[in-house]
Design a binder for this molecule. Structure first.
Ligand code: HH2
Length: 388
């Protein structure tokens, strides 16, 4: 007799074990996905739902921990699946069932591509978003790329390093940053977007919270709007995104860059960030933005302490399971500096490690300053999770 432990964090181990025993790829993959352990947190459930859930879980062989108004369910996907089926769900659990069905669909069929204006970005390999701040005061590169010529030269470099999307920003969002008047932001951003697109270095995203800037940048050829306020700063922004058919990144934060540091109060940061991003994505869809054009971002460094950023990085699955492509932007941020004791200009290695961990947990798009270094780290990370 021989007993060997298999890796449980990925279906790959079961798939490989079945393939070695002659199973065809498709059934082996289904069986392996069904054996994957999933953990769900249910909140705001009624007492009747809670009681029914406990009865169902005991029958189904699913573990359940509950308290007043909440339940944690843990079990392999194939045991949880009947709860998501309308014909199998016990009466009284219909609302719970619909929520679980949504979660299981995101697990079973994660998005394959992110649709942006004029094309789609595939998600089977890491997508690099190169940061191009045309601001005088950004926290790591303020003042370096102001003006069309310097911005273009940096865009050429980022493109040569392998970035998929160039993110042009004209307003720093570092903690305590002063807001920039619309006219100044337009003047900084629009000529740069136009020049990049004209030189064939696109696609370009515009990092802005303002609908006027988004509209003008899209007019100049931007294919994505990256909004750190997830549509809450300027309600017109989502309507502009919907009307023009560009992609959108909805990033999590609380308050504004001026107030966010005082709002880092969470009982469980990953579930709260995921829930708040879900509300933002629903608001975007209600404004007419197609789901396939939405990407979400946990907003590292925005209204989060160093410790909360690391918890969020570890528990990124809560955001990934919303079912939208996930962007992360840890590049050179304070929480990495706090961990490694390095100044802002020496945090690219720490950034690369954070991105590799985020890839492993399901992020697919990475907004970074040093595209070449992070791309190399992600090539290694993705080689372990994309067996060929
Ligand atoms: N971080 C910054 C700005 N925009 N967008 C997304 N989607 N995700 C992020 O994490 C994110 C972002 C802040 O970083 P940076 O642009 O380097 O600095 P500044 O805001 O000072 O210009």
């Amino acid at each position: 007799m021989k007993v060997t432990a298999l890796a449980a964090h990925t279906p790959e181990a079961v798939r490989a074990a079945l393939a070695a025993r002659g199973w065809e790829p498709q059934p082996a993959w289904f069986a392996a996905s069904g054996l994957q352990f999933l953990l769900l947190s249910l909140e705001e459930i009624t007492e009747a739902e809670r009681e029914e859930l406990v009865r169902w879980s005991v029958r189904a062989g699913v573990d359940v921990l509950t308290g007043d108004g909440w339940a944690l369910l843990g079990g392999v996907a194939s045991r949880l699946a009947p709860l998501a089926r309308p014909d199998r769900v016990p009466s009284g659990l219909e609302t719970v069932s619909a929520e679980i069905a949504r979660f299981l669909a995101a697990y079973a069929e994660p998005p394959q591509a992110w649709v942006i204006a004029g094309g789609a970005i595939p998600l089977d390999r890491p997508g690099l978003i190169g940061i191009l701040n045309v601001t005088p005061d950004s926290f790591s590169d303020g003042g370096r790329f102001v003006g069309v010529e310097r911005a273009l030269a940096q865009a050429e470099r980022l493109k040569a390093d392998g970035c998929t999307l160039l993110d042009v920003g004209g307003e720093s969002t570092r903690p305590g940053a002063a807001p920039v008047p619309v006219a100044d932001e337009l003047e900084r951003v629009v000529p740069v977007v136009e020049a990049i697109v004209r030189r064939g270095l696109g696609p370009v995203s515009v990092d802005t919270r303002k609908s006027e800037v988004a509209r003008a940048a899209i007019g100049a050829g931007a294919a994505v709007v990256n909004d750190v306020s997830a549509g809450s700063f300027d309600p017109d922004l989502l309507r502009v995104v919907a009307r023009t058919g560009v992609g959108v990144i909805l990033m999590h934060m609380r308050g504004t860059p001026a107030t966010m540091d005082g709002l880092a109060t969470y009982l469980h940061v990953a579930t709260e960030v995921a829930a708040e991003l879900r509300v933002a994505a629903e608001r975007a869809e209600a404004a007419g933005v197609a789901g396939e054009r939405i990407a979400v971002d946990p907003g590292f460094g925005f209204a989060k302490t160093a410790e909360q950023n690391f918890r969020l990085l570890d528990e990124l699955a809560a955001v990934v399971r919303l079912g939208y492509p996930v962007v992360v932007g840890p590049s050179r941020k304070r929480f990495l500096g706090a961990a490694v004791g390095r100044p802002v200009e020496d945090r690219d290695r720490a950034t690369a490690v954070a991105c590799a961990l985020a890839w492993e947990r399901g992020a697919r798009l990475f907004r970074v300053h040093d595209v070449a270094l992070v791309r190399e780290a992600l090539t290694v990370a993705s080689a372990t999770t994309n067996p060929t």
